[in-house]
Design a protein around this ligand. Structure first.
Ligand code: BTN
Length: 256
């Protein structure tokens, strides 16, 4: 029995919510946990996590959609209020939280591709989507994470079949409920004193791009070639080019 679906039972859900220390809303089927968590955040929710077994209108970065067959993935959105001071950096470092959670469950060695992709064995395993909103106070961040868990190769849509993977494809049978618990703990840990700096260092170690020649495509500009050297304290990628240092806030980056 896939354990995530046990969250449909109120008693299981409230025990799990106590374990996590935050409200848990579970949906067997929903448009998008991100849309739902944003509604809750707009209505004043302080924390909480929205989880689904299946999304029918999952949101990806840069206006894309996020597809996952029913029952295949960990699909969740966490509410953080007040928002972290640098939401884009926090979203990148959420990748470190994903990698640490995976390590703890035996799926070791995940690597991070700027801005928010988690890769395993050179293929995309997970993505992070962040929506920060100001509210006249400290603001609120809704952080959505999708992790491919049980997909078989034939479950991956054609357009990502050669660039994506799942924990099952990579040989790691992982339980989604355990992953949700570990990942929530790792996300909470990022908010403790000194932990962002530590995670920033770990992001650098796990990065697929740093120290390597890259080509960056920024909308409306011609491609830019250089060497990726760091992410700064706001999560921007620094690329050393022949003309100086470029600070990339949004764009597509690939190895040259
Ligand atoms: C990316 O494009 O790489 C980011 C994908 C983020 C997908 C997750 S799944 C849970 C949450 N709900 C959504 O609709 N999107 C995010």
């Amino acid at each position: 029995m896939p354990r995530l679906v046990l969250l449909a039972h109120p008693a299981v859900r409230s025990a799990f919510a106590r374990e996590l220390g935050r409200d848990v809303e579970y949906h067997e089927r929903i448009d998008s946990t991100q849309t739902r968590a944003r509604e809750l955040a707009m209505a004043g929710a302080l924390s909480g996590v929205v989880v689904a077994d299946h999304q029918v209108a999952g949101l990806g970065t840069r206006g894309r959609s996020w597809h996952a067959v029913a029952g295949s993935s960990l699909l969740a959105s966490w509410i953080a209020r007040p928002a972290p001071t640098a939401p884009a950096l926090f979203a990148a470092l959420a990748g470190v939280a994903v990698a640490r959670a995976l390590d703890s469950l035996g799926a070791e060695g995940a690597r991070l591709k700027w801005p928010n992709d988690v890769e395993l064995q050179g293929r995309k395993l997970a993505g992070v989507l962040a929506h920060a909103t100001s509210d006249g106070g400290g603001g609120v961040l809704v952080l959505g994470i999708g992790i491919n868990v049980h997909q078989r190769q034939r479950d991956l849509p054609d357009e990502i079949a050669r660039t994506a993977t799942s924990l099952a494809i990579a040989g790691h049978p992982v339980d989604r409920l355990a992953l949700l618990a570990r990942l929530t703990r790792e996300l909470d840990r990022l908010e403790a004193t000194g932990e962002l700096e530590r995670a920033h260092g770990e992001w650098t170690e796990r990065s697929t791009l740093l120290g390597r020649p890259v080509v960056v495509q920024v909308e409306g500009r011609s491609p830019l070639a250089g060497t990726a050297t760091a992410i700064d304290d706001e999560g921007a990628l620094l690329v050393h080019t022949a003309d100086g240092i470029e600070r990339i806030v949004t764009g597509e980056v690939r190895l040259a």
